[in-house]
Design a protein around this ligand. Structure first.
Ligand code: SF4
Length: 117
C-alpha cells in the first residue's frame, strides 16, 4: 500500500523528492526522479504565467514517463492536493475526481432502478 506523503509547496525543494519518498512499486521508474528544477510544485506567490509555463514543462516530463498512469492513479486516490502528478495539475485532478463521483452516483442510481425493477 502506498504511504501518504507530505505535499511540497516550495520550489526550493527538489521535485524528485516526492517520488523518491513513495512506497509504491512504480516510483523507481519515475522520469522526474532525475529532475531537480522544482517544476512539479509551485513556489509561493507564483505568477499565473510562470505557473502555466512550469506546469507545461512538468507535463512534458510526464508525457515521456513510463509510469504516468500509475502516478496519476496514485495522485487521484490519495488524493494529492498539490503539484503535477501523472500529467495532471491539481485543478485537472479535481475535475477528474468530480467526473468520477458523478459517474459513480449515476451507476448507483441505475443499479437501484434495476433492483426495483
Ligand atoms: S508521471 Fe510525471 S509526476 Fe508522475 S512519476 Fe512520471 S514524471 Fe513524475
Amino acid at each position: 500500500m502506498l504511504q501518504p506523503i507530505e505535499p511540497l509547496r516550495d520550489a526550493t525543494t527538489p521535485s524528485y523528492r516526492h517520488h523518491r519518498d513513495l512506497a509504491g512499486p512504480w516510483h523507481a521508474e519515475a522520469a522526474c526522479r532525475r529532475d531537480e528544477a522544482g517544476m512539479f510544485f509551485a513556489p509561493s506567490k507564483e505568477p499565473t504565467a510562470a505557473r502555466l509555463s512550469r506546469e507545461e514543462a512538468a507535463k512534458q516530463v510526464c508525457a515521456r514517463c513510463p509510469v504516468m498512469l500509475e502516478c496519476r492513479e496514485h495522485a487521484l486516490l490519495q488524493p494529492e492536493p498539490y503539484g503535477v502528478w501523472g500529467g495532471l495539475t491539481a485543478a485537472e485532478r479535481r475535475v477528474v475526481l468530480a467526473r468520477r463521483r458523478r459517474r459513480d452516483a449515476e451507476l448507483q442510481r441505475t443499479a437501484q432502478v434495476a433492483a426495483v425493477g
